[in-house]
Design a protein around this ligand. Structure first.
Ligand code: FDA
Length: 394
């Protein structure tokens, strides 16, 4: 039976980086994955260009039952450390928006970089490998694989969350946590589009593909200012993906479709300057034409000139456009979600090493645990930072 210092299950972002760092520190590491390629989510990420980190990473950008847990790891391996590594590999990048850093060319470059770092650390990688069972005794961990059995002093679970089962996601990490008596918090899809109830969806069907700048607010007061996209299933776009992580079934979100102007003041100004201008054409200065046409059909925008618009109708219109309360029917679920909220309870883990407090030698890193970042490179930075913290302890 082959023996390693550490076996890492999951050759995704966290697992590959942890394997590379531990290998380079002299550990004998085996990295396992059930897929035929490593880093499948990395390849899909950022529209194929991988939004690998964010210039503005801070603990407040992460959801977790324990909001403090992520602080130590994020402070010890920062976005600047990862940017430095990317630079050493000659990967050109750019900031797209809001501090989000993307490869100029392809996400494949990030996977190639991680593979090269693993090779530098002498990591043994086995793909298409299923872990049939895991057991622990005084000498460490024993893993039955499809084919053979391996053992290790330490076991790192980097198998990710449940989002996108088509990319190899499984509940493996949660099952291992439960096997060893660790608490797993309920999971749900995050960074995911909303679906709408049929009547509202039918009213908005002509808007599919329309994108509009917005602010969106959850019932707990969390607010994002980004674009909202109408789709044939409901609502998407960065604003919606962000707020979905703060939304619970049954709750409302509030949307301002004209966040960049004081709409009432704008209408008053326009009325004073151009009283005979149509309301429709005035609103077209602030909103996409298709949205105005749709709201007209729904009777929300009267077919009048500005001087004909009475105070009550103006107030109602401003309310509709700046304080649109939507109750989503649900989300598109794990099929399209970028992340999984919840997971292995961080109270069970050391924030310094990611080791399970009551199970020596067992570690959890990346998305499998209850730490979830905003859209925009935050989740990869958590994968790198938690992996680095763990690697120091292996
Ligand atoms: P990850 O999911 O990367 O890796 C887990 C690995 O474990 C997989 O390779 C899987 O095959 C393997 N595995 C699972 N079960 C197993 C089992 N039973 N046996 C063996 N292996 C098993 N984030 C970001 O910061 N910027 C971005 O641009 C994007 N974009 C993006 C796009 C899309 C489409 C998705 C779905 C997600 C993103 N994300 C993102 C989120 C990001 O991809 C995610 O948070 C990280 O990949 C999490 O890294 P992990 O290593 O924890 O899991």
């Amino acid at each position: 039976m082959e023996r390693f210092d550490a076996v890492i299950i999951g050759a995704g972002a966290a697992g590959m980086f942890c394997a590379a760092m531990a290998g380079q520190a002299g550990r004998r590491v085996l990295l396992l994955d059930n897929g035929k390629k490593p880093g499948r989510k990395i390849l899909m990420s950022g529209g194929g260009r991988c939004n690998f980190t964010n210039l503005y990473v801070e603990p407040a950008a992460y959801l977790s039952q324990n909001r403090h847990f992520c602080k130590s790891a994020l402070a010890r391996y920062t976005q600047w450390d990862f940017i430095d590594l990317v630079g050493k590999h000659g990967i050109a990048w750019h900031e797209k928006t809001l501090g989000q850093l993307f490869c100029d060319d392809s996400a494949q470059q990030i996977v190639d970089m991680l593979v090269a770092e693993c090779e530098k650390g002498g990591v043994t990688t086995r793909l298409r490998t299923e872990v049939l069972s895991v057991s622990r005794d005084d000498s460490g961990y024993r893993l039955e694989l499809n084919g053979d059995t391996v053992s290790a002093d330490k076991l790192v679970i980097a198998s990710g969350g449940l989002s996108m089962p088509g990319l190899g996601a499984t509940p493996f990490g949660y099952k291992i946590a439960e096997q060893f008596g660790l608490k797993v918090l309920p999971t749900r899809a995050g960074l995911v589009p909303f679906t709408l109830h049929k009547p509202l969806l039918e009213q908005l069907q002509t808007l599919s593909g329309v994108s509009v700048s917005s602010t969106i607010t959850a019932e707990d007061g969390t607010l994002f200012r980004e674009n909202l996209l109408f789709t044939h299933r409901g609502l998407s776009g960065p604003a919606v993906l962000q707020i979905s992580s703060y939304w619970q079934p049954g709750e409302f979100v509030t949307v301002n479709l004209v966040p960049d102007c004081d709409l009432a003041a704008f209408l008053d100004e326009q009325r004073a300057a151009h009283p005979n201008q149509s309301l429709k054409n005035t609103l077209a200065m602030q909103l996409p034409k298709r949205l105005i046409e749709c709201l007209q059909l729904l009777g929300q925008i009267p077919d009048v000139t500005l001087k004909q618009l009475n105070v009550r109708d103006q107030q109602a219109l401003v309310e509709t456009l700046t304080n649109w309360r939507v109750q989503p029917n649900g989300t598109e679920g794990y099929r399209t979600a970028e992340v999984t909220l919840g997971g292995v309870d961080t109270d069970e883990l050391s924030s310094r090493t990611m080791e399970a407090r009551k199970v020596p030698g067992l570690y959890f890193i990346g998305e499998v645990m209850d730490v979830t970042g905003w859209l925009g490179g935050y989740n990869f930075q958590w994968a790198w930072a938690s992996a680095w913290a763990c690697a120091q302890a292996l």
